[in-house]
Design a protein around this ligand. Structure first.
Ligand code: MRU
Length: 345
């Protein structure tokens, strides 16, 4: 890692025999790491959203596979036990394809029967982590090049170091813009119901000395109307071959509003977020979380007439996206061009 790739906030710390996970449910009040020694624990950390964000859950799952190998190798049938753990990790959350991408890589290595499986799997998980960090730095620079100078930018959810191997995707672009002195104001949506923006994004930016202004999600249209922002910059959880992009619920509404107000929309995501098996975003599975995240306690009793629907992602059609930025390149107007040009060479 070069000195310019210094980590600020770290969602995940690998010790060689255990994985420490920053409990993001407790931020910003408390900085506490939980330590995991098995895959079941890592799966639970993903389900409970101690670790969240598409690339970060992929990285955590890769380390979970290493922990599984440490726990089971060289017992008879250790590979079957690891396969079962991989299935458990894969069942943790459905939308972010980075999870399945990382597990497929680990599974592929396992299938090669490496002579020293623990060492080989460790090396691959560490590589997945390091490559994600490097990809974020590359995306940050590319995204900043596309934007040039901005008076104001708005981000949604948390697509920062907390959600990745470090530096962040959308927040990586914002970090690079800030370093260049090319952005005047950074706005963050609170991102109901889990408040990734209010609890994580503004805190993470403050750790790096980047001033940010928090807005209620419902203030976004009025912010755009005021002319204070030029770009919305977000991450993604899965991008289909035509450029449709799944991201945190509310991203679609922002993109519709952006069209009305002449604001541009940038999606920054590493190659591990692309799902070229999907022609478009229609078949992306959208996670629905517990209605308790929305409902007041008094509505939780069995006879209550009040229920809640809590989809936590939506899909923004490619034609509402101005640019998709990856470590491999940029597609301007993906609605016209799709994103197959960004597939691995
Ligand atoms: O439910 P979360 O917090 O895991 O959702 C995270 C997002 O939607 C992020 O924007 C996305 O994963 C990109 S993170 C670089």
């Amino acid at each position: 890692m070069s000195s310019s790739q210094k980590l600020s906030v770290q969602a995940l710390q690998w010790s060689g025999r255990s994985l420490k996970v920053l409990d993001q449910r407790q931020l910003p009040q408390t900085i506490a790491y939980d330590e995991y020694h098995d895959a079941a624990g890592v799966a639970e950390a993903i389900i409970s959203m101690r670790v969240r964000g598409a690339p970060a859950i992929g990285i955590a799952a890769a380390y979970g596979v290493v922990l599984s190998a440490i726990a089971h190798f060289p017992a008879t049938d250790w590979q079957t036990a690891v396969e079962q753990d991989i299935d458990q990790l894969a069942a943790s959350r459905p939308t972010a394809v980075n999870l399945f991408w990382a597990l497929d890589k680990m599974r592929g290595l396992l299938a090669q029967n490496p002579a020293e499986p623990i060492a080989a799997l460790t090396q691959l998980a560490v590589q997945i982590h390091a490559e994600d960090l490097a990809a974020n730095h590359a995306m940050g620079e590319r995204g900043a090049d596309v934007i040039g100078k901005a008076n104001g930018v708005l981000t949604h959810c948390n697509a920062g170091a907390l959600a990745t191997g470090g530096y962040g995707t959308a927040l990586g672009v914002i970090r690079s813009l800030h370093k260049r002195g090319h952005v005047q104001h950074v706005y963050a949506d609170e991102t109901r119901p889990w408040l990734q923006g209010a609890r994580l994004t503004v805190w993470e930016l403050a750790q790096d000395g980047i001033p940010a202004t928090l807005i209620a999600d419902s203030a976004a249209a009025w912010l755009m109307k005021s002319g204070k922002i030029d770009w919305i910059i977000v991450g993604a959880d899965r991008i289909a071959a035509n450029g449709d992009a799944a991201n945190k619920i509310g991203t679609y509404s922002l993109a519709v509003l952006a069209k009305q107000h002449g604001v541009k929309v940038m999606v920054a995501a590493p190659s591990s977020t692309f799902d070229f098996s999907l022609e478009n975003g229609d078949s992306i599975e959208i996670e629905e979380r517990n209605p308790k995240e929305l409902l007041a306690d008094c509505y939780l009793n069995a006879g209550s007439l009040v229920s809640a629907w809590n989809p936590v992602f939506d899909v923004t059609p490619a034609d509402l996206i101005s640019a998709i930025v990856t470590e491999r390149g940029v597609v301007i107007d993906p609605g016209k061009h799709g994103v197959r040009s960004l597939a691995a060479c």
